[in-house]
Design a protein around this ligand. Structure first.
Ligand code: DNO
Length: 390
């Protein structure tokens, strides 16, 4: 029987959760990126080899790249976009040369994944990530003061957000700004944008419809998929997290039809998906099992995580098996896909709560050691139970 390749995200030598921790958690593969290389620059064979050797010295393998970031110029098709696309192709070729063959990326304008609270305390004292609608609107309308913001929210929502903001201490407000403008609360090394530069980044998309952003993505794929194909690399686009518009910006990888449009345009195994249940699962209209059935052959990487929706569109990250995602149904379908393909798919426990001694430690938001270890253990147990009962 084919089973998940158990993988683990590692942020590189500065990650407080070490390669040896990953190994003790039971992972056999590492998911990482060359975080020190500025966005848009070529990943050279030398740098890739160096990172690969570090991982192999620890008795692990570099299974998946997450991510080669896509430069904003490519998303807006402005300025130096062609140079950046050429660099992207070169990085794909170089990775292939060194034998790293799965590449994750996303196409979210300005920000990567976004949360408003990185230390949301649960009833048992553990901590989780949370996206609060009021906090987001407060930031958008009263801190960023984005042009046209009043068209995107109801009067009641704006009123509630104003009250919410008024109740924050100065320090809490500064934290909220930092959380949102960091753009990638997955790495402590993430560059924090100033409010002004963040505003300018958002302004670059002024008036851009989703159809235009989608076309930019498809034009990008027209160029990179053929390169991936000849290099035997599989690309895996990561969905929008959360799967809806933020700051009035378009998002084009939020639902089943979005993925279908991407797959139809370049019908190649190299043009694939990173199936992230925590991202798609936020939207109650996303039927995860139906998506798995439709996209199974082109799912090259899996992130397993479950969120819990709240009334006003807010959500927090629940335990891996206890959120709104029907993890049993999802894993069962993934077990089927792996048997049909006769191939194991890399899966990583996505995010984890901060629990036990990690509460006294500083780790990357979402990437604590013990919470992910627990997630991985639960998920591989679930998979084993499903397989044994088949
Ligand atoms: C969050 C991650 C994302 C993901 C990128 C892929 O924890 O899943 O940051 O790595 O969106 O490009």
């Amino acid at each position: 029987m084919k089973k998940f390749r158990q993988s683990w995200r590692w942020y590189g030598p500065d990650d407080p959760v070490s390669l040896s921790d990953a190994k003790q958690a039971g992972a056999t593969e590492i998911v990482t990126a060359l975080h020190h290389i500025p966005m848009g620059e070529i990943w050279t064979v030398r740098e890739i080899e160096k990172r690969k050797a570090e991982i192999e010295d620890a008795g692990l393998v570099w299974g998946v790249v997450e991510s080669i970031p896509v430069h904003e110029d490519i998303k807006t098709r402005s300025n130096n976009f062609q140079t950046y696309i050429n660099a992207y192709k070169e990085s794909i070729r170089n990775l292939a040369q060194v034998g790293v063959k799965i590449v994750t990326y996303n196409f979210m304008p300005v920000v990567d994944w976004t949360r408003t609270d990185l230390h949301f305390q649960l009833a048992d004292g553990s901590k989780a990530l949370r996206f609060g609608t009021k906090a987001m609107i407060a930031f958008d309308a009263f801190i960023l003061k984005r042009n046209g913001v009043e068209n995107d929210y109801s009067a009641q929502q704006l009123e509630d957000a104003k009250t919410y903001l008024a109740d924050l201490t100065e320090e809490e407000e500064a934290t909220l700004i930092r959380n949102i403008t960091a753009g990638l609360p997955g790495s402590m090394a993430a560059k924090t944008n100033s409010l002004d530069s963040f505003r300018a980044l958002v302004e670059n998309y002024k008036g851009m419809e989703a159809a235009t952003l989608r076309e930019h993505l498809l034009l990008f794929l027209d160029e990179i998929v053929p390169v991936a194909e000849v290099s035997s690399v599989r690309l895996a686009i990561h969905p929008d997290d959360p799967p809806f518009s933020l700051f009035g910006l378009p998002r084009v990888v939020s639902k089943q039809e979005d993925v279908k449009a991407i797959f139809d345009r370049v019908d190649s195994i190299a043009n694939g998906l990173c199936f992230c249940t925590g991202s798609f699962g936020v939207s109650p209209t996303n039927d995860l099992v139906s998506m798995l059935k439709e996209f199974g052959p082109r799912i090259h990487f899996v992130h397993l995580r479950a969120t819990k929706r709240e009334e006003d569109g807010s959500f927090y990250e629940a335990q891996h098996l206890n959120g709104d995602v029907d993890m049993y149904a999802v894993v069962k379908e993934l077990v089927n896909i792996q048997q049909t393909r006769n191939e194991s798919i890399p899966m990583r426990p996505d995010h984890g709560h901060v629990i036990l001694s990690d509460l006294d430690k500083k780790t990357n938001p979402g990437y604590s050691g013990i919470g992910r270890l627990k997630g991985l253990a639960e998920l591989r147990g679930l998979e084993l139970g499903i397989i044994k009962s088949m």
